[in-house]
Design a binder for this molecule. Structure first.
Ligand code: GDP
Ligand code: IMO
Ligand code: MG
Length: 430
């Protein structure tokens, strides 16, 4: 039995939610393995949009098990809001939504610290201010709190005493009083999260043992990975396919296929270099046509052209052979479409993403220009429905990246999808 991972191959917001939802009929279980409320995944069904931050994008499919893995950071308040809004929409969650008791819990002081650091312009990353970075920091310095700790008063007190000394996010000016308040909050969180808290690692293995098929859902994107992205302008977790093992508790042998989700151009939210960013009218056009405003923060996304240098990096670090190309319809009106195929850097022409953020900021994209198709693709439902030039564009990207796009998406809705290679998708779970 094979299982697969869906990851973002650019700077996030590639349409992972849509692709996970699309693959759901092929699987029994969907697992998130990193990130938390910084993610904003959208699913659109018959024009009705669902926005998910913590909860896996399999949740709209009745009966599918959704696991929030140990590698995640959870804001109890946000998680419970999501649960309530799904319930209000008539989604039955009973017996199918579980939250790892090993996942780290975001506390208000982590959120506050995220905001304070952001307000200090010298360190501004342009985070989502959801407390994700400070909570991962507490995890790594071993003073974080996990679901399993919330109902263990002695351990909680010991851990919080250590956090008071070591966690830079500890509420400023608070001493013992702060500790008691956090203890009380932890108890309250435990009471509210108890119906969902679970040993998801064991549950996942039990499900695997019974022959269930599993889809691992990444959040953010490869260029935001804490190791492989544009450090320090990154999120605080590994977002690459390899992170699924640690973040869900499975060995590498379990994971065979990886689907990299790419949008047909580039977007980025927050600070940090983006060589193919388009500042002028064309950038505005992409933003308008793609409704490029953050799902989590509402911030306008920076827009630019498809960056095949960053794309190739992503193919390599995720081991991609298969991709899904989204938002192709956004390019429908363009007469010419630039694709960044190399960077001109002070050290010469290069097809590598430099590790140095200074060098990346200085890199100038070398564009290859392809002709646009200037036709509406949003009604296309098969590969041959697409205009010839649109097919040429997709194949050009495939050639530059060395992967095959098994899915091409031409609109936000579930229906606005071209399954180009159903056999390749089936093979992911064969
Ligand atoms: P995610 O974080 O990767 O799940 O992506 P987001 O949900 O943050 O952003 C993707 C946005 O594009 C959402 O508003 C989707 O509804 C929308 N979307 C997804 N695929 C397509 C597509 O093919 N065409 C258009 N026009 N919109 C799409
Ligand atoms: P999805 O899963 C796009 C960006 C932030 C910021 C950086 C660090 O919807 O693709 P953080 O709050 O994680 O500490 O912010 O990462 N970022 C995202 N950008 N999509 C996301 O998630 C993102 N999650 C974080 O804008 O630049
Ligand atoms: Mg998003």
């Amino acid at each position: 039995m094979a299982h697969a991972i869906v990851i973002g191959a650019q700077w996030g917001d590639e349409g992972k939610g849509k692709i996970v939802d699309l693959l759901c009929p092929r699987v029994d279980v969907v697992v998130r393995f990193q990130g938390g409320p910084n993610a904003g995944h959208t699913i659109s069904v018959a024009g009705r949009k669902t926005f998910l931050h913590h909860i896996p994008s399999g949740i709209l499919h009745a009966g599918k098990i959704c696991l929030l893995g140990n590698g995640m950071v959870i804001d109890p308040r946000g998680f419970l809001e999501e649960v309530n809004s799904l319930r209000a929409a008539g989604i039955d969650l009973k017996g199918r939504l579980f939250l790892s008791d090993r996942a780290q819990i975001i506390f208000p002081h982590h959120r506050d610290r995220d905001g304070l650091t952001e307000d200090d312009s010298a360190q501004k990353i342009g985070t989502t201010r959801r407390g994700v970075g400070p909570t991962y920091q507490a995890k790594i310095i071993r003073v974080g709190l996990r679901g399993a700790d919330l109902n263990d008063p002695d351990e909680l007190r010991r851990r919080l005493a250590a956090a008071r000394r070591l966690d830079p996010a500890w509420p400023p000016g608070e001493e013992d009083g702060g500790l008691e308040a956090i203890m009380a909050l932890a108890r309250d969180y435990h009471r509210q999260l108890a119906p969902y808290l679970d040993d998801t690692t064991s549950r996942l293995h039990d499900l695997l043992d019974t022959g269930c098929r599993v889809l691992f859902e990444g959040s953010q994107g490869t260029m935001l990975d804490v190791d492989h992205g544009t450090y320090p302008y990154v999120t605080s977790s590994n977002t690459v396919a390899g992170a699924a093992c640690a973040g869900a508790g499975v060995g590498p042998g379990v994971l065979q296929g990886v689907v990299g989700v790419f949008k047909a151009y580039a977007t980025r939210v927050g600070e940090g270099p983006m060589p193919s960013e388009e500042h002028g009218e064309k950038g505005d056009l992409l933003r308008e046509r793609g409704h490029e405003f953050g799902t989590t923060t509402g911030r306008p996304r920076r827009c630019g052209w498809f960056d095949a240098v960053a794309g190739r990096h992503s193919v390599r670090v995720n081991g991609l052979k298969l991709g899904a190309l989204t938002l192709l319809d956004v390019l429908d009106v363009l007469d010419e479409i630039p694709i960044a195929v190399a960077y001109d850097t002070p050290a010469g022409r290069s097809k590598r993403v430099p590790a140095s953020v200074t060098q990346l900021a200085a890199a100038r994209p070398v564009y290859e220009i392809v002709r646009g198709w200037q036709q509406d693709t949003s009604e296309c439902r098969s590969w041959m429905d697409l205009p010839q030039r649109a097919r040429d564009f997709v194949e050009k990207l495939e050639q530059l990246l060395g992967i095959r796009f098994a899915v091409v998406s031409v609109g936000p809705d579930r229906e606005q999808t071209i399954i180009r290679d159903a056999a390749a998708l089936d093979a992911l779970f064969a």
